[in-house]
Every structure is written in structure tokens, then in C-alpha cells.
Write a protein of this length. Structure first.
Length: 317
């Protein structure tokens, strides 16, 4: 059986695109490595934040759909993404976020690691987690960041999911995707990929009486999991299909190839290849500075640019 290699990226829904840039590139200091559009809705940005090199597993992305209502919490949604920070840095982060009046909860301990839960300007739940694995991953510091290199976000740590029934979801991620049970803590049940690294775990909570959640601003749209190449992707696709899911055919997203399916609890999952990567159409030193489109949308560049709002990137501190 082939297993996934942790999270490749997490995609969420934002409100104002400029407010999104100000928070993730400005306050959190992540690099905007790709400024593109939603390929299924080209009048909307698709913004990709990651480390300096855009390594798979460091990538948090957004569709800024400001016209949407706020998300409705409930079952069938991923309700939080966690980002890895180096050990000993949460105090610094807490001071930085407090100075900007970011909504946050007290620091707590999750499965032996300190976590600072916060909300972004559009209601997305994010946790900064001090993890010993922060250095055990591919990471390139961003010299243009507003955050010093030794405090920068190291990439994805994991995500949290709420479902009405744990059994079908754990059967899918444990049977078809290669996750292993990693213990329980209160209502949360941790599942991990044995290989470790970025985005190595999912925390699941069972809410049998909860209403169905709904996408909106502040919600996670989908969780994408790493597969190394096309052969790996097709092998895992076959496994999830045998497990009862209905995966799409392979879709070319230009920087990676994707397969989508809903796990039994209703959360949208993706299998995304590591390559070709964000450097296929831009020089590393200029990632994210201008609008880039996949080749099949280039003929529509003028119409697309006409409807997208301008964006201003923050300067280094």
C-alpha cells in the first residue's frame, strides 16, 4: 500500500484579498510565492503563501471570495489549520499578535506541544504550534520577510476535522491513505503519517448531533496531501476509490497535478504531486511579484486583470 506524505497544502476562503496579504505576508511573514487565479473561477485570485522556496508542505493558500457569507461551523468541515514555529518562539509571537489586536486564545498544550490558537481577519482558525519537528523538514527562510528568520513559520503542522462519525473517516485515512492512530486527548483523536515531516497529522473530533457545516469566508475549502509523483498519485487514487470514495480524474494545475474526493465525513481532500513546483514559470527570486496564469488562461489575461483588485506586498521589517 502507498501512503500519503502529510499535507501538501491547505486551501481556505478569505474575504478581502489585500487584507489577506496584509495578514499572512505582512503580520505572519510568510512569502507570497504564487499570485494566480482560481482556475475554476478565474475572476478570483488564488494566493499561495509558503517558505522562500515554496516547498510542498509549507503552503497555505486562499480563494478571496469577499462576496460570500461567513462560514457556518459544523460537521463535515476542516475547522483549523496549524502552522509550525520553532520551539521557544510562542512568547515572541504572542507579543507580536497582541500588538496588532489579533483575536487569540490562551496558549494551550496539545499532545505535548504548546499551541497558540488565533483567528485571521476573516475568521479562519489558525494555531501556531511549537514543534520539535520544526527543524525536521524542508524549509528555506525568506530574507524579505517581516519576521526574523529564526522565528519564521516553518510550514504546515496539521489540521483539525469535525465529523458526525469517526469510524468511516478513520477507515478511509487509515486504510487508503496510510495514517496511523496517534492517541487521544479529550474529544480529539490524532492520526499521523509514519514518515513525519510537514503537515504530518490530522486531529479528528466526533460531533454526532452537529448540523452540517458550510463553506464561507473563514473556512477551510480543502486539505491537499502530498504524493511524490504521478505513479504515487495514481496508486493512492486507486486505494481511495477501493475504499468507497469517488475521486476525480487527474487535473493539471500546472504547478502540481491534483485528484479530489470527499472523505466519508464530507471534508474535501486532494492528492497533489510534489512537482513540477512553483519555479516552473517564475525565477525563485521573483516568486509572487506579479500575476501568473497557467498557459490555458493566458489568452484571457486582459479580461482577468480587469476584474482583479490591485495588491500591495509588505516590505521587509
Amino acid at each position: 500500500m502507498r501512503q500519503v506524505e502529510g499535507l501538501h497544502h491547505v486551501t481556505a476562503i478569505a474575504g478581502s484579498a489585500q487584507e489577506n496579504v496584509d495578514f499572512y505576508a505582512g503580520l505572519l511573514g510568510m512569502r507570497l510565492v504564487k499570485r494566480s487565479v482560481n482556475q475554476d473561477d478565474p475572476g478570483t485570485y488564488h494566493l499561495f503563501y509558503a517558505d522562500a522556496a515554496g516547498h510542498p508542505g509549507t503552503d497555505l493558500t486562499f480563494f478571496p471570495w469577499a462576496q460570500l457569507a461567513p462560514s457556518r461551523p459544523g460537521a463535515g468541515l476542516a475547522n483549523e489549520v496549524s502552522l509550525a514555529v520553532p520551539p521557544g518562539t510562542l512568547g515572541w509571537w504572542e507579543e507580536r499578535l497582541a500588538a496588532r489586536d489579533v483575536r487569540r486564545d490562551p496558549v494551550e498544550t496539545r499532545f505535548g506541544e504548546r499551541a497558540l490558537p488565533i483567528e485571521d481577519p476573516h475568521g479562519l482558525r489558525v494555531a501556531l504550534v511549537e514543534t520539535s519537528s520544526a527543524h525536521d523538514r524542508a524549509f528555506a527562510p525568506w530574507e524579505g520577510s517581516t519576521v526574523p528568520a529564526d522565528h519564521q513559520i516553518r510550514g504546515l503542522d496539521g489540521a483539525r476535522i469535525q465529523v458526525r462519525q469517526l469510524g468511516p473517516t478513520t477507515a478511509m485515512i487509515g486504510g487508503a491513505m496510510g495514517f496511523r492512530a496517534g492517541g487521544s486527548e479529550g474529544e480529539w483523536h490524532r492520526w499521523e503519517v509514519p514518515s513525519g515531516g510537514s503537515g504530518r497529522h490530522l486531529d479528528l473530533r466526533e460531533l454526532p448531533d452537529a448540523r452540517r457545516g458550510a463553506w464561507g469566508t473563514g473556512s477551510i475549502h480543502h486539505l491537499a496531501f502530498r504524493v511524490g509523483d504521478d505513479e504515487h498519485q495514481l496508486a493512492v487514487r486507486a486505494q481511495v476509490e477501493e475504499g468507497g470514495a469517488q475521486p476525480t480524474e487527474v487535473i493539471d494545475r500546472f504547478w502540481f497535478r491534483s485528484v479530489y474526493f470527499k472523505e466519508p465525513g464530507g471534508v474535501l481532500f486532494e492528492l497533489a504531486t510534489d512537482g513540477p513546483g512553483f519555479g516552473v514559470d517564475e525565477a525563485l527570486e521573483h516568486l509572487g511579484e506579479s500575476l501568473v496564469l497557467p498557459p490555458w488562461l493566458e489568452a484571457h489575461r486582459s479580461e482577468i486583470e480587469a476584474v482583479l483588485p490591485p495588491l500591495t506586498l509588505p516590505g521587509p521589517s
